[in-house]
Design a protein around this ligand. Sequence first.
Ligand SMILES: *Cc1c(COP(=O)(O)O)cnc(C)c1O
Length: 394
Amino acid sequence: MRPIYLDNHATTPLDRRALDAMMPYLTEKFGNAASRTHAYGWETEEAVKVAREHVAALISATPEEIVFTSGATESINLALKGIFHQPPASDSLPHLITLATEHKAVLDTCRRLEQDGFAKVTLLSPQPDGRLDLADLEAAFTPETKLVAVMTANNEIGVVQPIEKIGERCRSKNIFFFTDAAQAAGKIPLDVESMHIDMLSLSAHKMYGPKGVGALYVRRRHPRVRLHALIDGGGHERGFRSGTLNVAGIAGFGKAAELALQALPDESARTARLRDKLLNAILERVPEVFINGSLTHRLPNNLNLSFAGIDSEALIMAMNRIAVSTGSACSSAAIEPSHVLKAIGVSDDLAYASVRFGLGRFTTDGDIDIAIEEVSNAVKRLRELTKANTAIPS
Ligand SMILES: *Cc1c(COP(=O)(O)O)cnc(C)c1O
């Protein structure tokens, strides 16, 4: 039997209804959405239009502000490289401020911009609860600061940043504000107007849509964001991203966005209840457990715990009936401790003892009952083993 899936930050299953929305565009409706001369093109163009409206509605944007991409990684690259595309004319480098707990797609892109001499990058450390201190942000502003990149919610510890306040600070200084909302979309309300967001990245596969499709929101008014394209070609997506559109993927993404917006209040409440049930039961049964990141400013579906004295890889292996991970799927091949846990001051020992639980739309009460059993039994077993081993004189 396959384990219960509790790794919904790595990816989510495709919602059946999103698949149904995709099927016609994988079969009979195969037209190129840019074909203007016949019905094959018109029907796929219409599908893209509808999807664009749903994606825009999820974040209170207008459809014209949505650029479809291959996923959040590409959206992030477009946002950051699209702003910092010119080698500076003078020695005063344009300045970018970001956070040490960002996804690698942001951190690696910033590093590239710095290495290539396109930007000077300031990496801010969050507070121990994972949140950015606004005073630290304001202290980092310089006359050269052009953009601030702070994620809406973290993919490892689920911590939600004070996005509206960051947006306010940036807007008042005419600094662009980009936020990576790949984890937040569909879990917490997002509004690019009230939050003063200029660019925002989304990924369909993190919200029950298909893999390989995402979007970048690019503000058109107050202020208009001018971006340099990464991919040139036929001028698709208003010149921001050329290439024949992935119509089926986009249709699935649109359906996923529509469903996410409808389901958001109930789904958030339900996953938060299940998450709290999991947390409370673990705290009750297992001693020496530490919660990583703020519990109050947190995605409803995330839990990240450190089990003192336990190697998380061994723990995950011991929990046969659940599928969880140590942190981000993108870096779990690396043996270094999580850069996120390090940045919030978790010791290496506890960072190597951490497990991420990602609940989702399809997680049930019964799944959580099993997870509680798995975690408490496995931790107990492993701790008894270590005790027995250390008791043997060598
Ligand atoms: C998954 C994820 C990404 C990358 O998204 P892809 O669509 O897989 O490229 C970026 N940022 C965050 C916060 C993520 O969780």
